[in-house]
Design a protein around this ligand. Structure first.
Ligand code: OAD
Length: 247
């Protein structure tokens, strides 16, 4: 770990009471959930157009539900010390919001209160035909068994997540932009910053004068724009940052 960079990040955090974090799949890797890109990424094994796009879903909802067996992990996964450190920073009054692209619910499980889920969540599943609601585990069972809605026999049971080709929930997106514009320190943790519009948020924060900190295992596009880069695992770096901030 780059200790000097860690001290610089802690110093930036000590000077503010208004930090905001943006998280991606990397923060949940150490909870056993695979990322999408890079080493061990889901998109090495699955075609996102087939399993995670609106067009693919319309053509073959079964392909999504097969892929969903891989996504089942989130329901059993537990938060790791990275999620816990973020919840702690919020409780102590430093972190004002977590903006997340993750659909796994782990920030909430760790105790974070203000979480903006930009790509939705797996909690609710709807039948696109009759609107009947299911929990994620109910829907998984139904789709593995009969493969259709028990009420109207439609095969189009869709979780409340954002597929490629779909717009992000407008209210959540606006709220996330507001948080980015109004913070003093903007942290990005475990995201490749390859998916828009979320990838714009660090620049939005920067344009309004915020300092930016990146915590990521690998290099990401545009990382030179960040004030501090902490290369490594979120699970290790976040608790260490919390410790230094408190000291
Ligand atoms: P990605 O999978 O694109 O990027 C995850 C990033 O986390 C990579 O840059 C890794 O280097 C890094 N990483 C991996 N393990 C890490 C660890 N232990 N600690 C810190 N960093 C780690 O995930 P996202 O950026 O979240 O959207 O992906 C954005 C969106 O693309 C997802 O929400 C999903 C996907 O397609 C939709 O499905 C709409």
């Amino acid at each position: 770990m780059d200790t000097e960079a860690l001290y610089r990040a802690a110093h930036l955090l000590k000077k503010t009471q208004h930090a905001v974090a943006l998280t991606g799949a990397g923060v949940s890797v150490e909870s056993g959930i695979p990322p999408f890109r890079g080493r061990g990424g889901l998109w090495e094994r699955y075609d996102p157009e087939k399993v995670a796009s609106l067009r693919g879903f319309r053509r073959d909802p079964g392909a999504f539900w097969e892929f969903a067996q891989t996504l089942m992990g989130p329901m059993e996964a537990q938060p790791n010390p990275g999620h816990e450190a973020l919840a702690c920073l919020e409780e102590r009054g430093l972190l004002q919001a977590v903006l997340t692209q993750n659909i796994d619910g782990l920030h909430q499980k760790a105790g974070s209160q203000k979480v903006l889920e930009l790509h939705g969540s797996l909690e609710q599943v709807y039948c696109l035909h009759c609107g009947l609601e299911f929990s994620w585990s109910e829907a998984l069972k139904i789709m593995a068994d009969k493969g259709q809605c028990q009420d109207c026999a439609s095969p189009y049971l869709k979780p409340d997540i954002v597929f490629f080709g779909e717009a992000l929930p407008e209210d959540v997106l606006q709220a996330a932009f507001w948080e980015a514009r109004n913070c003093e320190v903007f942290l990005v943790i475990g995201s490749s910053l390859e998916v828009y519009p979320v990838a714009q948020l660090p620049a939005v924060a920067r344009d309004e004068g915020a300092k930016t900190i990146l915590i990521n295992r690998d290099r990401v596009f545009g990382e030179r724009e960040f004030d501090v880069i902490l290369r490594g695992n979120a699970k290790t770096i976040l608790p260490r940052l919390l410790e230094l901030w408190e000291s």
